[in-house]
Design a binder for this molecule. Structure first.
Ligand code: ZN
Length: 132
């Protein structure tokens, strides 16, 4: 299977997943993000207890890339310490900026590595980084 095809399948899968797309009743943090160039609009909620991301979820609407990216991010940060979650967020942004290209280093990003080549499509970069 072509790598690009594999990555498209992962993005599609996360776009369709509803597991992280829900209204979080109990939360300590809420952030709203809007990407005017595409119309993506995401509200992210996280329940942080004792420095650990106990739960996180998002609501909103937007293109497949923005929704898939939000879903992937929640998978990555859930259960992590805030410090580790921030490190992973920065790692994702460095991957998008091509400052980190080593696959071993990017392994911690789990499925979000599928967005590695999004910088080939500059118009979609904002969609991919919105949630992060
Ligand atoms: Zn978008």
């Amino acid at each position: 299977m072509e790598m690009d095809q594999l990555y498209s399948d992962i993005i599609l899968e996360h776009n369709q997943s509803q597991e992280n797309k829900r209204e979080l009743e109990k939360f300590t943090l809420q952030e709203h993000g809007h990407n005017p160039s595409c119309g993506d609009d995401i509200t992210l909620r996280a329940d942080i207890q004792d420095g650990i991301v106990k739960d996180a979820a998002y609501t909103g609407h937007g293109c497949a890339i923005s929704q898939a990216s939000a879903d992937m991010m929640i998978d990555v940060i859930k259960g992590k310490t805030v410090e580790e979650a921030l490190r992973l967020t920065n790692l994702f942004l460095d991957m998008i900026k091509r400052e980190v290209t080593d696959d071993d280093e990017l392994e911690d990003l789990e499925d979000a590595i599928a967005l590695k080549n999004i910088s080939n499509m500059p118009a979609r970069v904002k969609c991919a980084v919105l949630a992060w």
